[in-house]
Write a new protein. Structure first.
Length: 472
């Protein structure tokens, strides 16, 4: 059989690409190496029976606001979003807790002298949101908008350190620094301010919700819609050479650029290796999942209202930790992202138990066990936490590739957010999804708009491929 399209990889981007193609009437096959679909959005019992843990992605500010996910009838297939009372809490060493709520007014009231500045900045981003979705959630070189609008959007390319210095108080500075650190780059690097402000503004607009039952339910809903549209999914089939695939008009690969190079023949590999030199992978993460006998005993009750926590001190400590990781060093006090979905989604754990999820940034490929350092940071804000732990599962940066080959060296983001990746993708050219090999497209998070469970990399790659399948 000749397929119109074959998609390699059944993560959110691969499934989103397949859905777009199937909805357009294309015969579409998805091939997945693992026995289960989902990529970074799988959910599994990693610790004890009945305790359901998200293996990578868990809170979804970009997923809830994704244009493609909003358009699809995913609720029909069981997708339910769970919204905690607060998206984020960030405790500081002086006892203060900065809280990101859906209300801009309520959030700004906790920022003291920066209240007006914060409110104006976030409200300005919200007014621009349609333009942001049009400009930043698609290939940057593929859109033309007004000059003034482009100048305003250009502020997202600033280093976070610039915007942090423009704020007056530790609370607002630390709130922005923690969100900017999701870029997994030093806060003095370009685009880190954009990551921080987009997460904050998106939190006000859409929240940072969990998926009821675990992130797996999101990809299961995508897969169900795909099969209803006539698409096919085959699991447990690892592709090492594109010649192993059935005949098709186009191939879309939801994989790391290096993996795609390995799947190509000699001529394609030489061409792609040449144009792919401007791409690099970033630092890794050390991930932890706990099964708890009861909720974490946070000292401040506001921390129990938030789905996500940023731990590790104020903006200065966060900046130091991220700078050290970038230099290949392991910080004694790391920046830690914690999520507590079971407080708001009781399907995650049995019999009154709870789950806790966390990760911290580490140098690429690091085998250092960060459990003790992370638990020390949690105990700083939740004395007696260790007494609630029934079991713990950890994954070091060096272990991630055995779970998902796309996570090279533990880089769960698909590569460093440099100018080339943001504007042109890893292989250059006018379209960041075309590889230079006829009929082969890259649709992973290594392409614009980049990391996050939003499916937009797959959406745009599929649009590019449709131009070949159905010209005109």
């Amino acid at each position: 059989m000749l397929y119109d399209a074959v998609v390699v990889g059944a993560g959110p981007n691969g499934l989103a690409a397949a859905v777009v193609l199937a909805e357009a009437g294309c015969s579409t096959l998805v091939v997945e190496a693992s026995e289960t679909i989902g990529g970074g959005s799988r959910t599994a019992e990693l610790t004890l029976g009945g305790f359901r843990h998200d293996m990578c992605a868990t809170a979804h500010p970009l997923g809830r606001g994704s244009p493609i996910f909003r358009r699809l009838p995913l609720a029909r297939y069981g997708l339910r979003w769970v919204h905690p009372p607060a998206a984020l809490a960030h405790p500081l060493d002086n006892g203060e807790v900065v809280v990101l709520r859906r209300s801009v007014q309520e959030t700004s009231e906790g920022l003291g002298a920066d209240a007006v500045r914060y409110r104006r900045r976030v409200e300005g981003i919200d007014r621009m949101w349609p333009r942001i979705e049009d400009r930043l959630l698609r290939p940057a070189l593929g859109v033309r908008s007004g000059l003034w609008g482009d100048l305003k959007l250009g502020s997202f390319a600033r280093p976070a350190s610039w915007d942090i210095r423009s704020l007056k108080g530790t609370a607002a500075r630390s709130l922005l620094a923690g969100c900017a650190a999701h870029s997994v780059m030093p806060l003095g690097r370009p685009f880190t301010a954009g990551v921080g402000w987009l997460l904050l503004a998106g939190g006000h607009r859409y929240g940072w919700p969990f998926v009821s039952g675990g992130s797996q339910a999101l990809v299961d809903a995508l897969a169900a819609h795909l099969t209803d549209m006539g698409g096919e999914i085959e699991t447990g089939r690892r592709i090492t050479d594109l010649a192993q695939l059935p005949p098709s008009r186009v191939v879309l690969a939801d994989v790391a650029p290096g993996a795609l190079i390995g799947m190509l023949g000699e001529e394609g590999s030489v061409r792609m290796a040449r144009v792919g030199r401007g791409f690099r992978h970033g630092p890794g993460v050390f991930k932890l999942d706990w099964a708890l006998s009861r909720p974490a005993p946070w000292r401040d009750a506001r921390m129990a209202m938030a789905g996500v926590l940023h731990l590790g001190g104020d903006h200065r400590q966060i900046a130091l930790a991220e700078r050290m990781v970038w230099r290949g060093q392991t910080p004694d006090r790391p920046f830690v992202v914690v999520a507590q979905p079971s407080l708001f989604d009781h399907s995650r754990a049995p019999g009154g138990g709870h789950t806790l999820w966390a990760y911290t940034h580490v140098p690429s490929g690091s085998s250092v066990d960060m459990r003790e350092a992370v638990e020390v940071e949690i105990e700083r804000h939740a004395p007696g936490f260790s007494e609630t732990v029934l079991a713990c599962h950890t994954v070091s940066a060096s272990d991630w590739e055995s779970y998902n080959p796309n996570y090279v060296g533990g880089d769960i983001g698909g590569g460093v957010m440099g100018v080339r990746r943001v504007l042109r993708g890893p292989f250059g050219g006018w379209s960041p999804y075309e590889t230079g090999v006829d009929g082969v497209y890259l649709c992973s998070s290594s392409t614009p708009p980049g990391a996050g469970v939003h499916g937009m990399c797959g959406y745009h790659a599929a649009q590019a491929a449709l131009g070949r399948i159905k010209p005109g």
